[in-house]
Every structure is written in structure tokens, then in C-alpha cells.
Design a protein around this ligand. Structure first.
Ligand code: AMP
Ligand code: MG
Length: 315
């Protein structure tokens, strides 16, 4: 994709333009107090799929959802006492809380990568706040850099990495903190999932207790490690040209099939449909799910990664 990337100023006209782009399913990079985020409407499957495409991410890992305040966060997730304590103490600010996702929020399943939890945060940067206010909805935003490169702390960094791949960059000058947000899991015992801009000691002082550190070899709550999360009930067979007896076919491109990820062969559309289509095919109760070949370029790499996990032998 090669689109013209608008450079927007952090003034009322810029915020309105950025909010309009988000409403239309486009992508806007914006400053937070940690690093620049690459934002898309967290309720729009296509917008979220385009975030992965623009970054060239080889995997669908869960994204942090940015909201304008505690009230909005509480509509999306369960809210234990610890969340209230930490939000009162540190929001807005560089703290992301991982909490059980409420049903019926309308969030794209690509945002949570099908986890039962959601990572949510209220950014403190005034430009981020003005954008969230103008948009009026949840914004999914990983760091605004191509996958594998360092996180951007200036609009120029974002432009160098993502120009031509996103609709706009909201220029708010350099970011203050320069490292990512601290991620704290609160779905079970409070657990530090990623150290970041807010020291864990400050969290422990507020909670009046020690916070568990996540160890690299613990079974992780992130989806890449959770093979079972990726497995539909029915066995999955990849690179199928047609369905065998008892199978349903998940198609791609112009093939005859039960559900098609993208009849036009568009990988962004396919990514947006992937999780929903797998659930629907699984619900049909077939003996197996056959899947058309999917090119391994662009978003195809993440789609194939997801499908290979679905097809892997069950442990
Ligand atoms: P980035 O995309 O660079 O902002 O990083 C987002 C981080 O949040 C990644 O390390 C994710 O694994 C983590 N994350 C997002 N959602 C969840 C979740 N529901 N549970 C655990 N970790 C999460
Ligand atoms: Mg990142």
C-alpha cells in the first residue's frame, strides 16, 4: 500500500481530522507520554488488521486499548479493587492494566488476539487525550514503528518507518517518558507482565503488597504461547484445494467454499475475518476445517502463523 500520510498539527482542526480518519477506519499515529502509538478504531476489524499490516507484524499479538478515562475502561473490563486503587493513583499515566474482558463490548477479536483479557490504559499526553476525546471511542495502539525496529519518540521517527502506510501522523513533539508503559496483570494475582515507564515499586507501594514478576518460562497469558487458545474443536488442514467428505472449507480468493476470508484475495480483509470465520466454521460442527492456501507475504505471514497453531497437533 502506498498512501499519502498527512502530517497533522496538535490543534482543534488536527484533532477533528484525526478523529474523522479513525472513524473511517484509517490509522493515525499519535504521541503518548511513553512513545508514539499507531492508533486504529478498536471496534473495527479492518482497522485493527491494518495496524498489523502497517507494522509488518508476523503475529497477531494482543494490542493495548487506549481510552479517555476510568469510566470508559470500566465498560470494557471487570474492575476489581486493585484496579480502582491503581487507576486512582496512576491514571492518566504509563500504566497498562490487563483485566478480564466483559462480554458484548464490540471490540475486534484481533485486539485481544482471542484472549479472555484486555490490556487497557489511559494515556496522560494532552495530545493523546484530545484525540481520544474527539474520537469518542477505544483506540487500539501498539508502538508506531515497523515490527522489530525501535519505538518512536518523535513524529520524524514515525514518518521514517511508516510514511505511505498510514493515513496520518499527529505531531505532538518528542515524547516525555520514552519507554513503553508498565503492564500489570490483574486477572489473577497482580503480576508484572512488562516493566516500563511506571516503576513496579510505585505499584507495590500503592497496593501495599508485593507484585509477582512474570518469568520468561512461566506459561504465559499471551496467545503465542497458549496453543489451546488457537485450536478450534475440529481439526484444521492447511493448503487444501477442496474440502474432503465431512470437512468445511475456509476459502481465500475465488474458490467455492463454506466461508471465504476474502473472495478478492485481499490479505487485510482476510485478517479482519480470520477469527470470526474460524469460530463460525467450528460452530457448524463439521469433522474438520480445510483451509485454502494463503500467500505468505505481508499479513499472510501472521494469518499463516495463526492457522499453523490451529492445525498443530493437540497436546
Ligand atoms: P505493544 O504492541 O508494543 O504496545 O506491546 C503490547 C504489549 O501488551 C505486548 O507485550 C502484549 O503481549 C501485551 N498485552 C496486550 N494485551 C495483553 C493481554 N490481554 N494479556 C497479556 N499481555 C497483553
Ligand atoms: Mg512495540
Amino acid at each position: 500500500m502506498n498512501i499519502e500520510t498527512e502530517r497533522l498539527r496538535p490543534d482543534p482542526a488536527g484533532f477533528e481530522r484525526a478523529a474523522r480518519i479513525l472513524r473511517d477506519g484509517g490509522l493515525v499515529a499519535f504521541p503518548t507520554e511513553t512513545v508514539y502509538g499507531l492508533g486504529g478504531d478498536a471496534r473495527n476489524d479492518l482497522a485493527v488488521a491494518r495496524i498489523f499490516e502497517a507494522k509488518g507484524r508476523p503475529r497477531f499479538n494482543p494490542l493495548i486499548v487506549h481510552v479517555d478515562g476510568v469510566y470508559t475502561a470500566r465498560r470494557l473490563v471487570d474492575w476489581p479493587d486493585e484496579a480502582e486503587i491503581l487507576a486512582s493513583a496512576f491514571w492518566p499515566g504509563p500504566l497498562t492494566l490487563v483485566l478480564p474482558l466483559k462480554p458484548g463490548t464490540g471490540l475486534s477479536s484481533l485486539v485481544t488476539a482471542e484472549l479472555p483479557t484486555l490490556a487497557v490504559r489511559v494515556p496522560a499526553h494532552p495530545v493523546a487525550q484530545s484525540l481520544l476525546e474527539a474520537f469518542g471511542g477505544p483506540v487500539a495502539a501498539p508502538s508506531a514503528n515497523p515490527s522489530g525496529r525501535i519505538s518512536p519518540t518523535m513524529a520524524e521517527h514515525v514518518a521514517a518507518g511508516l510514511s505511505g502506510r498510514i493515513e496520518a501522523i499527529l505531531d505532538g513533539g518528542p515524547c516525555g517518558v520514552g519507554v513503553e508503559s508498565t503492564i500489570l496483570g490483574l486477572a489473577d494475582e497482580p503480576t508484572l507482565l512488562r516493566p516500563g515507564g511506571l516503576p513496579v515499586e510505585a505499584i507495590e507501594a500503592a497496593l501495599g503488597r508485593v507484585v509477582a514478576r512474570h518469568h520468561a518460562d512461566d506459561p504465559l497469558t499471551a496467545p503465542g504461547q497458549m496453543a489451546s487458545h488457537y485450536a478450534p474443536g475440529a481439526p484444521v488442514r492447511l493448503n487444501a484445494t477442496s474440502a474432503r467428505a465431512g470437512e468445511v472449507l475456509l476459502g481465500f480468493g475465488s474458490v467455492e467454499c463454506d466461508l471465504n476470508l476474502s473472495p478478492a484475495g485481499d490479505l487485510v480483509e482476510a485478517a479482519a475475518n480470520l477469527f470470526g470465520h474460524l469460530y463460525r466454521l467450528d460452530a457448524m460442527g463439521a469433522d474438520g476445517i480445510a483451509v485454502s492456501p494463503i500467500p505468505d507475504t505481508g499479513l499472510g505471514a501472521a494469518i499463516n502463523d495463526r492457522l499453523r497453531r490451529a492445525a498443530a497437533p493437540r497436546g
